[in-house]
Design a protein around this ligand. Structure first.
Ligand code: FMN
Length: 156
C-alpha cells in the first residue's frame, strides 16, 4: 500500500488449531459493528494463520504496547509453519476465557472472537469475528506501521 494509507495500528492476533498455537502481526483490522459487536481482520491467503483461523473458527486480537515492537516485528516476519513464535518472541501465553485459543500476557487489551463470516478480497480474506469476551488491562503508547520498516508511535 502507498505510504499515504498509513500509519495503521499494529496488533497481534493469536490462534490455535490442532494443538498448535500461533501469533501473526497485523496492520489491516477494524471494528465493524456495535450490535452485535464485530471486529474484522484481513489475512493474506498464504499465511499459516489464515488456514488456522479458517479451520478453527476462532481468533484473539491482542492490543500491544509500543515497547513490544521487537516481538511484533518478529511475529510479522517469521511463519508459524516451522517455528514456535510464543517461544521465540518471548511473549507470555495465557488461555482465553471464552474460546479455545491462547492470548498474549503483555497485551494491554484483548478481544476474543468467533468467526461469523469471511469475505475473500483478492489475495486476502477478511475474517469477521463476533467479540465474545474482551478486556482493557492497561494503557500506553501504541505502535503504528507506516510502510516497509517505518513506524510511528502514539503520544500515550
Ligand atoms: C507491521 C506488520 C504488519 C502486517 N500486517 C499484516 C496484515 O494486516 N495482514 C497479513 O496478512 N499480514 C500482515 N503482515 C505479515 C505477517 O505478519 C507475516 O507474513 C507473518 O510472518 C505471517 O505468519 P504466519 O505464516 O505464522 O501466519 C504484517 C507484518 C508486519 C511486520
Amino acid at each position: 500500500m502507498p505510504e499515504i494509507d498509513g500509519p495503521r495500528q499494529v496488533i497481534l492476533v493469536t490462534c490455535r488449531h490442532r494443538g498448535k498455537d500461533n501469533i501473526i502481526t497485523l496492520a489491516w483490522h477494524m471494528p465493524t459493528s456495535f450490535d452485535p459487536r464485530l471486529y474484522a481482520i484481513s489475512i493474506g491467503k498464504t499465511r499459516f494463520s489464515h488456514d488456522m483461523i479458517r479451520d478453527s473458527g476462532n481468533f484473539c486480537v491482542n492490543f500491544m504496547p509500543a515497547e513490544q515492537k521487537k516481538g511484533m516485528e518478529h511475529c510479522g516476519s517469521v511463519s508459524g509453519r516451522n517455528a514456535d513464535k510464543f517461544e521465540h518472541s518471548g511473549f507470555g501465553k495465557e488461555e482465553c476465557g471464552k474460546i479455545d485459543c491462547p492470548r498474549i500476557k503483555q497485551a494491554i487489551g484483548f478481544l476474543e472472537c468467533e468467526v461469523v463470516d469471511s469475505v475473500e478480497t483478492g489475495d486476502h480474506t477478511v475474517f469477521i469475528g463476533k467479540v465474545v469476551h474482551s478486556k482493557t488491562k492497561g494503557s500506553g503508547k501504541r505502535l503504528y506501521h507506516i510502510t516497509g520498516n517505518r513506524y510511528a508511535t502514539s503520544s500515550d
